[in-house]
Design a protein around this ligand. Structure first.
Ligand code: HEC
Ligand code: HEC
Ligand code: HEC
Ligand code: HEC
Ligand code: HEC
Ligand code: HEC
Length: 369
């Protein structure tokens, strides 16, 4: 209701501007001594564009498209409860306050209230994490609140988002992901889609690696894979696409690929569906989008080796379980990389070269071990 009123208000002002003449008409000079008109005065400067800049985003069609496309998103369709115990019943993660790591709690990313509290506390870690009510989804007001600035020209478009600052990683405070001012809307994504742990964090005093049932970077590996960091890299091997150099990282961003102009009228890709849209790929892949299953065979080969190594098992339904224990560098690193690619869910597309090298080098190291 409030939003609709705001938009009608903006449209009203914009329309009224159409009738206001700027000072561009010639102003007649004073009558001369002989009674003839003097020369015309100079043209005035153009008036400011008024609310046109606001209306680019604040119009009925854009808002409606945001709502319609959002209905196709994982953010809308999946509530943030999950079967944490593996008993087939979803656990409300809103109840998982004060549980977690590095000052963050499950609620920080798995409830709207928790994310808002995290945004308002303004730091990557710290603060209290109470239990929140009920099952929560990610809604408009999870991500959006109010404009931090209207100086769009100098400070960039903030889209009234809560999190537009570069993201200092929770699992490694020494690294900050920074997409730059023009792509700062993607900082919103990386805030939640970041890992909960690092490979180095599992190194124990004995020089081996503690591997538990949940070993791996959790489901938020998208931002670190894109960045080309936090893979378990082994000495003596080469890794491409590292440290923000990959083409998909340097020349694109989360919102570019996931929130671009949709193809088709359904709005089930791009915009707020957050499903990657082909139009964002063809900007670079002018000769057609490469097949997205380029990693499949190597990933399968790595999985087979990990089973042979005895570090994972696969049941009849294809579910993978980790065999907990203390492992040496190479099997632990290989498992980490397998989990990183798995949790990222893009099948390596986020950073093809880094993914290929993480998988291939893991295979080679296991074979040489
Ligand atoms: C830094 C943000 C963040 C934190 C903190 C976090 N998660 Fe997640 N989690 C995510 C994201 C993002 C996804 C989904 C990514 C995807 O679908 O690709 C996810 C997915 C999951 C899934 C699996 C989804 C599936 O489809 O099987 C489970 C289970 C889960 N989280 C449990 C937890 C628990 C338990 C905690 C606290 C110990 C926790 N998460 C803390 C970001 C986070
Ligand atoms: C997961 C976070 C998130 C959620 C949830 C979300 N938005 Fe957005 N929204 C964004 C981001 C990020 C952008 C900027 C996209 C860009 O940079 O192109 C944006 C842009 C917009 C825009 C500007 C026009 C456009 O489409 O680019 C409007 C309007 C908007 N959102 C409205 C909404 C509404 C209405 C909802 C709820 C149905 C919503 N948003 C839910 C993150 C979100
Ligand atoms: C690049 C897109 C964009 C531009 C440009 C933009 N806005 Fe917004 N604005 C949004 C989004 C997205 C939201 C939050 C979602 C929604 O309310 O649709 C929002 C929210 C708001 C709100 C409600 C929240 C608040 O800040 O109190 C107001 C008021 C507002 N905008 C005013 C303006 C005005 C005035 C201008 C022009 C000077 C402007 N906006 C320009 C995208 C934009
Ligand atoms: C509040 C934390 C949060 C923010 C902010 C956020 N996400 Fe998510 N996102 C999640 C969680 C959690 C899931 C998994 C939903 C579920 O299964 O619980 C998810 C799911 C998704 C999915 C669907 C994954 C699937 O398995 O179907 C995509 C795609 C996605 N997010 C992209 C984005 C993009 C792009 C942005 C930035 C515009 C963004 N997300 C911002 C937490 C977040
Ligand atoms: C170069 C384009 C590109 C960029 C940049 C990009 N993505 Fe993706 N993303 C994709 C593609 C393509 C897929 C695979 C979708 C599929 O399998 O159908 C994907 C998959 C995903 C998924 C899993 C979706 C699912 O259905 O399980 C999530 C979540 C996601 N991306 C989030 C992000 C986040 C967060 C960022 C920024 C840190 C990002 N992406 C950057 C193109 C991109
Ligand atoms: C900024 C330019 C750019 C954009 C945008 C882009 N790509 Fe790429 N893509 C590249 C380049 C360059 C490579 C070659 C590998 C590299 O340099 O990282 C590549 C590699 C790939 C590969 C691996 C091919 C192989 O077999 O090695 C796939 C798959 C892919 N892109 C899919 C996509 C998809 C899907 C999208 C859109 C969602 C997309 N790309 C958007 C530039 C781009």
């Amino acid at each position: 209701m409030k939003k609709i009123k705001l938009i009608s208000f903006l449209i009203l002002i914009a329309t009224s501007l159409l009738f206001v003449q700027c000072t561009t008409d010639p102003i007649p000079g004073p009558a001369g001594r002989d009674g003839a008109d003097g020369a015309d005065g100079e043209d005035g400067m153009d008036g400011a564009s008024g609310l046109a800049e606001c209306i680019a985003c604040h119009n009925a069609e854009t808002t409606e498209n945001a709502h319609t496309s959002y209905l196709f998103s994982g953010h809308y369709n999946e509530n943030m409860d999950h079967d944490v115990n593996g008993d087939g019943v979803n656990d409300p993660l809103s109840q998982y306050g004060n549980r977690g790591f590095g000052g963050l709690s499950c609620t920080s990313c798995h409830t709207s209230d928790g994310y808002i509290a995290w945004a308002e506390q303004g730091s990557a870690a710290g603060g209290s994490h109470p239990v929140y009510p009920g099952t929560q989804t990610i809604t408009c007001t999870t991500c959006h609140s109010k404009h931090s600035s209207f100086d769009f020209e100098n400070e960039g478009f903030d889209y009234a988002l809560r999190r537009i600052d570069p993201v200092m990683l929770v699992a490694d405070n020494s690294y900050t992901i920074d997409y730059g001012k023009d792509e700062m809307t993607s900082h919103t994504c990386a805030t939640c889609h970041q890992p909960r742990s690092t490979f180095e964090g599992s190194l124990n005093d004995e020089g081996t690696y503690d591997v538990g049932g949940r070993f791996g970077p959790h489901y938020g590996a998208q931002s670190t894979l894109l960045e080309g960091i936090q893979g378990a890299e082994l000495d003596g091997y080469t890794y491409r696409g590292k440290d923000a150099t990959a083409a998909h990282r340097a020349g694109s961003s989360c919102t570019n690929c996931h929130m671009g102009e949709p193809t088709g009228d359904l709005l089930d890709n791009g915009l707020h569906s957050k499903n990657p849209t082909d139009t964002s790929c063809t900007v670079c892949h002018a000769n057609g989008i490469p097949p997205r299953d380029f990693l499949k065979a190597d990933f399968q080969a790595l999985e087979d080796l990990l089973v042979a190594e005895g570090i994972i098992t696969i049941d009849d339904e294809g579910d993978v379980s980790i065999v907990s224990g203390k492992y040496d560098l190479i099997p632990a690193a290989a498992l980490w990389n397998y989990k990183m690619i798995y949790y990222d869910h893009s099948h390596g597309v986020h950073n093809p070269n880094y993914s290929k090298d993480l998988v291939q080098n893991s295979i080679d190291a296991l074979n040489a071990n």
